[in-house]
Structure formats: C-alpha cells, structure tokens
Ligand binder design. Sequence first.
Ligand SMILES: [Zn+2]
Length: 274
Amino acid sequence: MEKIIISSNLTQYRLIETLDRVTYYTSSFLYHHKGQGVLIDSGYGRLGQFIKDDLEQSKIILNAIVITHYHKDHAEGSTVFNEIPIIASDQYEDTFYKCQNVCTQQLKIPNVLVKDKYFLTVDTSRIEIFKTPGHTKCGLSVLINNEYLYVSDNLLEDINNKIIVPYLDASSNPYDHYKTIYNYQNLKFHTLLLTHGPIKENVNLTHEFGERLFYLETFIKSKFSCNIEDCLLTNIENYSMTAIHKINVRNAKKHVSIQPTSFFEPMECITKEI
Ligand SMILES: [Zn+2]
C-alpha cells in the first residue's frame, strides 16, 4: 500500500491488485485543509486501516467519508472509522446489502443520502458530490474546486494505461451509464481521478470519454447483443479485461427492460478508425 501526495490538499492512497492476469490500482482519495478532511472512497478494509493510521499520524480529522458505490473495494475500508458521517447515493440499498454479504465487518448505514447533488466545504474549497449512475445504480462522482473530477469506476484503466471497457454490474442501466459519461464532458476540471487507473492531468477528453461513449452507444443500439469488436474504436488488443463484455451482455439482457428514456440522448456518431 502506498500514499501519494498529488497536491498540498490532495492525497491518494492505493494498492495494486491483479484479477484474471490484469493488474490495476485500487485507490481512495483524501482532500484536506488545516487538519480537516474528506475521504473519497475507502478501499478494502486493509486500505482503510492504512488510511486511518496515516490520518492519526498526520493529525487530520475526517468530516465525512463519501462512498461512491457499495462495492467492497470502495466501501469496506469505511468500517474501521468510528462516528464519521457517511455520504452515499439515495439509491444505495440494493448494492449495500450485496456488499455487506462479502465484507467481514459491519457496514454502516449512510448518514447523508444524495438525491441529486450535495455540497461540502473544506475551508474555502468546494466539494460537489453528484449522482452518476453507470457502473452501478448508486454511483456518485466528486468534483473538487473545478480542478479534480473523481469518476470512481465509471472509467476504468489497467496499470499499463489500457482502457477497461465499461463494466455494468447487475444493478446498472447502460442508458444511465451513457448519460453519465456524456455529462462528464460538460464539467470543468484539469485532472481526472479514477479508482482503478492512473491520475490523468490535462487529459484528452475526446479520447477518454469518446471510447466509453462509443462502446455504450453500440451496445445499446444492438439491444445488448453486439460482439465486443463492434463496440471498440481500435483493435481489441489495445483494451484490457475485455471478458467484462460478456458480463455486460448477460446483466443487461437479464435486468434491463426499460427503453431509452429522456436520460438517453444519442450523440453524434463517432467514426470508427479502420
Ligand atoms: Zn472498484
């Protein structure tokens, strides 16, 4: 486990893990000022303990923990903290109880439920927490001072900077995922933060978001039946963990019956490179 100082106010805590021969980071972020801080995701239990020990040493008191969705690698670490308010989506329940089944410690019911947007301040800094369903139904993202955008697992990447295709869990809706990525394009920030991926400064948004939008648009238009190659803008060898596509097909066919809503506005067609 390691601690990385991104700026005087922002710290990343991360570990490296490997699944199906793909290696990637799993991270939490701390935004702090004058001894007060907000923890954004908490990692597995062991990462949570690592963070707690470091905060005690650094004399930083947490005002809140934001859980961007209830998967073990984001929520379990929160169980090591006492009496810290937890902020989560008002859609948290389904994934909360599934997550509880795989966590060794008892998860705490969130204290603050985000209906649409929720604002926090740390000194003069403004932290905007807003709903971004996609990877899960209960997804949240965090925008700090229009400088840092934390997208949680709505964008995924391995340690070699290869894109991992969007991953729709059993609670997800691909239309929501599409809209969430589409809306990220309208935000102002200079650094993109991923739970599972490198820190990306001055990123090429057309590339970062366009790849995922193309995947999701093709997936939706095919009624969740397309081959993975049809959903990718470049050769499949440029992507990581492509087996996720089969999970997406299975989950979407099983759980998603609703048709495009006002949430879904088809974008201008992205041209695929040949
Ligand atoms: Zn994750």
